[in-house]
Design a protein around this ligand. Structure first.
Ligand SMILES: Cc1ncc(COP(=O)(O)O)c(C=O)c1O
Length: 375
């Protein structure tokens, strides 16, 4: 049996005809970029999330860049960002000339550690980026409290968390601004790159809207209020996302159903396997990541059973060659570094058949039963 990790073929199968129709309709119109379909999609995300401003952009990385720029990040400004995350949460700061200040993560959840956040901030810190990764949410209550005390702006990296909630409030709107990515692998995956910025803050909303399109205000063409980017969303991408958004909650529910089966099976494998099973957040199960003893052997075992897995992420961000100039060394971020040696992502997507879910559970359980026998 072959159990693929993302399985784009199955995830997009239902929409094949719709995608053809969208490409035909947009391709035979004169409206390719940032027109009525993008406008409609922005309104739909506004209704879905309750955000005051929704700004559709080319991808999640650019959403971070635009927001950081709108928040005044540049040379001499420090931004606090997790040591364990996707590269964008740190590279976007550095590419604006700002300084990423890495914060270690909680050893269990892998999310930004509020205590370490207090330790690492300085008088030059202006923004903090709590990030929700895979299916776990950052502790927004603690981070917001610290941010309020120290006058920090909170940019919530909710790229993978559209539809998640904490204490009833929508991910993306738990800080001062957030974003959702629609890269095809994401829970609301599009047909190409795409993302939206969400915020209730008038300044961040107004400035972000201009920054995505060469500093124009969307009213007077070729009048540039500021230097901006060409980081707009295409009409084909928006039209497809509008279509998929209609069934998004069902997709999330199926993801949750699979994750609960995994939680139940893997929770009992502690301490060899560590999973976040606490249910105080309404989480979006983007990918299912566990921390595993003998991770590489487990991965080989799963591969021999036809089960594809991924490693998110193989190195802590401060130790990536791209950040060598910051001078961090092994041991500076012990929790993030430990997680990179233990983390393994298992297949999880809404169209995944029960049979495959069962097979993954069997294969992982079998592996640890063997480990126990030989211990
Ligand atoms: C946490 C996080 N932030 C930001 C991004 C960037 O999104 P995009 O791939 O749309 O640029 C990703 C993408 O994987 C992500 O996982």
């Amino acid at each position: 049996m072959k159990i693929p990790f993302f399985n784009y073929a199955d995830r997009y199968a239902e929409d094949r005809e719709k995608i053809k129709e969208i490409v035909y309709n947009v391709g035979t119109s004169d409206n390719f970029i940032l027109k009525e379909r993008v406008n409609e999609f922005e309104q739909e995300i506004g209704r879905y999330t309750g955000a005051k401003y929704v700004i559709a952009v080319a991808n999640g990385t650019t959403a971070l860049t635009i927001l950081l720029k709108a928040m005044g990040v540049g040379p001499g400004v420090e931004v606090l960002t997790p040591a364990f995350s996707f590269i964008s949460t740190a590279s976007s700061i550095a590419l604006l000339g700002g300084t990423p200040v890495f914060v270690d993560v909680d050893p269990h959840t892998g999310m930004m550690d509020p205590d370490d956040l207090r330790r690492r901030m300085t008088s030059a810190s202006r923004v903090v980026i709590p990030t929700h990764l895979f299916s776990v949410m950052a502790d927004m209550k603690a981070i917001n409290e610290i941010a309020r005390e120290h006058n920090l702006i909170v940019l919530e990296d909710s790229a993978v968390a559209l539809g998640g909630r904490q204490n009833g409030a929508m991910a993306g709107l738990l800080g001062d601004a957030g974003l959702y990515s629609f890269f095809p692998a994401k829970p609301l995956g599009g047909i190409g790159d795409g993302a939206v910025i969400v915020t209730d803050n008038d300044d961040f909303g107004r400035i972000s809207r201009m920054l995505r399109n060469h500093g124009q205000d969307g009213i007077t063409r070729f009048y540039h209020h500021m230097l901006g980017y060409n980081n707009r969303m295409d009409e084909t991408v928006a039209a497809y996302l509008s279509h998929k958004l209609m069934r998004y909650d069902n997709l999330l529910n199926r993801r949750r159903e699979i994750a609960l089966k995994y939680n139940e099976a893997f929770g009992s494998l502690a301490p060899m396997v560590q999973v976040v099973t606490e249910a105080h957040d309404e989480r979006v199960y983007y990918t299912y990541v566990l921390q595993a003893e003998k991770r590489d052997e487990l991965r080989s075992h799963l591969q021999s059973r036809g089960i594809e897995t991924q490693i998110y992420y193989p190195a802590a961000l401060p130790l990536q060659p791209a950040f060598a100039y910051l001078g961090h060394k092994p041991g500076d971020f012990p929790n993030a570094e430990a997680i990179t040696g233990r983390s393994l992502a298992l297949p999880l997507y809404a169209e995944m058949p029960d049979e495959h879910v069962h097979e993954v559970i069997q294969a992982v359980s079998e592996f640890y039963a063997e480990v126990k026998i030989h211990a």
